[in-house]
Design a protein around this ligand. Structure first.
Ligand SMILES: [Zn+2]
Length: 571
């Protein structure tokens, strides 16, 4: 007999536009059968029917995190001493901590470490000779926290087979830094790092599985039932093979929408075939492949994000993975094949190029038939924002960045981007108001900062644009609550401008539910509490719509259901 569950006396936010609020939901065979008023529940048929009295608690649809890197995070962040010199404040400190680390671990085959944000260098150059003085022959790889640039010693450069005549992968974006004489400095940017990372990311299959489950469990604890995988950069295929295996054994706790990721320009030519190959080999009930993802530009703070006009403190406008013509060709092919596209676009120049190409596909290829999602959108030209709604392009933001904690001070941002751009970062509210479908994500790449994966923290910071919880004074905090005691939490933090870009809680929830489902073409199955859809939902411990905004990050579902099955809490 199919189990029937009746949830009643609730404050159910359905995320269904036609019927946004309900008191009652009936679930039968894992599917919502009825959603409405208590009086509409119908007779409580037989002993097999379970009735849950919600006692006025708030219910939301299951969350969708529409841009994640779970496999990558596991590969990047063992919990051993792989971050031995985290949180440095100067070049001298980086070098002295590295020296100490090498002394403590004299037999390592190579040394890899993060040192904190790139600002730790205070504009000084960290050259390979500096590192060679500590270790020369065995590879040393230092990375900044954002993971967009690395500093190599001679051993690592040799391992990478770097030579003075090497050509850049994508000038202005993925390149090898050179000094005034044109000599390689040992600093490399963006996707040039991949061969190194694949060496550093040497986790076993067992560790990989444990790491995936750790993150998936944390997500499920916080109501996330579906993720979009924005790429694992290396060991991608092994990751998917493992996930498929886990799903076949019934060990994959969340739904997983995966992608083929373009990390070098040549991969644009084979991406469609590769995605189809993944699909034929690894697709299972909860692991699907419908999207090609591209790292289209980089990040502002190292001048690799593509701008329309140059950075304020450098001559460059940054760069992109592909030329506009190559991007157009790729988009046209994807459009013909019906394969969706997801692009990392940080700078306004990158998103402008994508929008221009989409417009051309729409005009020249008989309409835009695919879903295109532009992610991050840190700077945007005013005139480009309405184009998302006009063409039905999805805008993906990572709201836990909107408190600006990973950004510099107003003065630093102005020095980097110029006053105007610096005061208009992350304009998610303007995007929502323009009518675009806006989706939200965690986009974390470390296991250490698990709290940053929490959608409730994302909702709070997206709503307040205040972030007093982690890395408050430049340190990497593993526990949000420790920081909170010292920093008065979000309440004590400055509002990251522009203040008028604070999002409404309801819009944030829509972005984490129904809009995420639309982005992933799953809106006929999930994303809202609506008759006919799969019964993914959570019962909250407090009312997210009336609680103090600064408490939202502490909230936790008391009950989580996936397809009508209770996976957290007790029914
Ligand atoms: Zn990402």
């Amino acid at each position: 007999m199919t189990e029937r569950i009746i949830l009643k006396n609730g404050k159910i936010f359905t995320a269904d536009e036609k019927n946004p609020w309900a008191e009652m939901a009936v679930i039968c065979g894992g599917i919502f059968e009825k959603v409405g008023k208590n009086s509409e529940a119908g007779p409580q048929i037989d002993a097999g029917t379970k009735v849950i009295d919600l006692q006025d608690r708030t219910v939301l649809p299951g969350f969708i995190d529409s841009h994640t890197h779970i496999g990558l995070s596991v590969m990047m962040g063992g919990e051993d001493d792989s971050m031995p010199i985290w949180d440095c404040k100067s070049k001298a400190e980086i070098l002295s901590k590295l020296r100490q680390h090498v002394k403590n671990h004299p037999f390592r085959l190579y040394y890899a470490a993060f040192f904190g944000q790139v600002e730790a260098l205070c504009g000084e150059m960290l050259a390979r000779e500096d590192l060679d003085k500590i270790v020369k022959r065995r590879p040393v790889i230092l990375m900044e926290q954002e993971c967009h640039s690395a500093w190599l010693n001679s051993g690592a450069m040799k391992f990478m087979k770097l030579h003075e005549d090497i050509e850049d992968i994508a000038p202005g974006y993925s390149y090898y830094e050179r000094d005034a004489k044109g000599r390689l400095t040992g600093c490399i940017k963006e996707m040039t790092m991949l061969p190194l990372l694949s060496m550093a990311g040497g986790v076993s299959r067992k560790e990989m599985k444990a790491g995936i489950l750790k993150i998936a469990d944390y997500l499920l604890d916080h109501g996330v039932t579906t993720v979009y995988d924005a790429g694992n950069y290396f060991r991608e295929e092994e990751t998917y093979r493992l996930l498929a295996d886990m799903d076949l054994r019934g060990e994959l706790p969340i739904r997983w929408e995966a992608a083929y990721i373009i990390t070098t320009p040549d991969k644009a030519d084979t991406a469609i075939d590769e995605l189809k190959r993944y699909k034929s080999l690894y697709e299972t009930k909860h692991l699907k492949f419908n999207t090609v993802k591209i790292m289209f530009d980089g990040t502002h703070r190292i001048h690799t994000a593509k701008l329309v006009t140059p950075y304020h403190d450098a001559e460059t406008t940054g760069g992109t993975m592909l030329s506009e013509e190559k991007l157009y060709q790729l988009l046209a092919k994807l459009n013909a094949e019906g394969i969706d596209f997801h692009a990392h676009t940080v700078g306004e120049g990158a998103s402008k190029m994508l929008l221009d190409c989409a417009e051309r596909v729409k005009r020249e290829c008989g309409g835009l038939k695919i879903h295109i999602t532009l992610a991050h959108l840190e700077t945007q030209r005013d005139e480009d924002i309405p184009r998302f709604a006009e063409m039905g392009i999805f805008a993906n933001f990572t709201p836990h960045w909107h408190g600006g904690i990973d950004y510099g001070t107003a003065a630093e941002n102005a020095r980097l981007l110029g006053e105007e751009r610096a005061n208009k970062l992350f304009r998610a509210k303007t995007m929502v108001d323009s009518g675009a479908t806006v989706t939200f994500s965690s986009d974390e790449v470390t296991l250490q900062l698990l709290d940053r994966w929490n959608p409730f923290l994302g909702i709070e910071i997206g709503h307040t644009r205040q972030d007093g919880y982690a890395r408050q004074d430049g340190h990497a905090c593993q526990d949000v609550h420790v920081c909170r005691e010292t920093a008065e939490g979000g309440k004590g933090a400055a509002v990251f401008p522009p203040e008028e870009e604070r999002l409404a809680v309801e819009d944030l929830i829509r972005g984490y539910t129904i809009n995420g489902a639309k982005q992933l073409r799953l809106d006929d199955q999930i994303g809202s509490i609506e008759a006919g859809k799969r019964a993914d939902l959570m019962v909250l411990d407090r009312d997210i719509f009336t609680v103090s905004p600064y408490e939202i990050h502490e909230m936790k579902p008391e009950l989580v259901m996936v397809e009508g099955r209770v996976v957290r809490g007790k029914a």
